[in-house]
Structure formats: C-alpha cells, structure tokens
Design a protein around this ligand. Structure first.
Ligand SMILES: [Zn+2]
Length: 147
C-alpha cells in the first residue's frame, strides 16, 4: 500500500465529525459535514460542488425529493395538532383560519426546507452513499493511520 492510497481524497482543514449526529447537525445548520465551517449551499436549495473551506466534494449527494417529503411530515405533525386544538377550543373566524394556517405552513416549510436538505446530504456523506463512498473510505483510512 502506498502513501497516496492512505491520503484522504480531500484534505480536511477542520475536524471530522465524531458521530453521525454531529455530521447531521452540521448539515442541518447548512455547514459542510466534513469540517463544519464551509457553507454547504450556494443558493437556497443548490448544494455547492465543493466545500469552500476544506474542499470536500459535496456534489455526490442525491437528496432529490426526500427533503421535501420529510418537511411535509414534520410540518404536518407539528401543525395539525395545533390547528385541531385551536379550531376546536377557540374556533376563530373562518377568514382568520383561511389566512393564518396556510401562512404558518408556508413559513414553516420554507424555514425547514434548507436545513432538512442539509441534514439529508450530511446523512448521505456520513454513510458513504452514492459518490461519497470514496470519501468515507479515505476518512476510515486516515482514522486508522492516526491511531
Ligand atoms: Zn468543509
């Protein structure tokens, strides 16, 4: 085995996450799962090709529609009990219900979409899914050599 095979595919300036939860939290905050410093997104839902801080390749992700499905589930589980409680206990005027609930749902959806997508990309990165497999192997080799 040569030293080139032991070297990580992308140099990591920051610290690698200690756990999947830390990687997911970094992604949820819109940060690179590898270093936790660089911005993961170059636009609202466009993942940057590489981390601007450590150079970790992020274009391998295949989040597709999964973040949107997760946001629907999360917003639904939070909002439906609140709507049912308010509508049965307070019973506001219909115009209030017809303006308030769609607005709350829209704000929650737009607020959660990027963090959830970041978390999904981080899960894929940490698990070595899709094109992240080579980076995961490089991290494992680097960790084995560090011990
Ligand atoms: Zn990074």
């Amino acid at each position: 085995m040569t030293t080139a095979e032991l070297r990580p595919a992308a140099p990591v300036k920051g610290t690698l996450p200690a756990s999947a939860a830390q990687a997911i939290w970094r992604g949820f905050r819109g940060r690179c799962p590898a270093c936790g410093e660089g911005r993961m997104f170059r636009a609202f839902l466009k993942v940057a090709d590489k981390c601007p801080h450590c150079g970790e390749e992020l274009f391998h992700h295949r989040a597709d529609d999964f973040p949107a499905y997760l946001v629907i589930v999360i917003v639904g589980h939070i909002l439906v009990p609140i709507v049912l409680t308010v509508e049965t206990e307070i019973a506001p005027a219909i115009w209030i219900s017809m303006t308030l609930w769609p607005a709350v749902a829209l704000v929650m959806t737009l607020g959660l979409l990027q963090p959830v997508k970041g978390a999904v990309v981080a899960i894929q990165w940490y698990g070595g899914m899709h094109g992240f497999e080579a980076a995961k192997k490089a991290r494992a080799l680097a960790a084995a050599n560090a011990v």
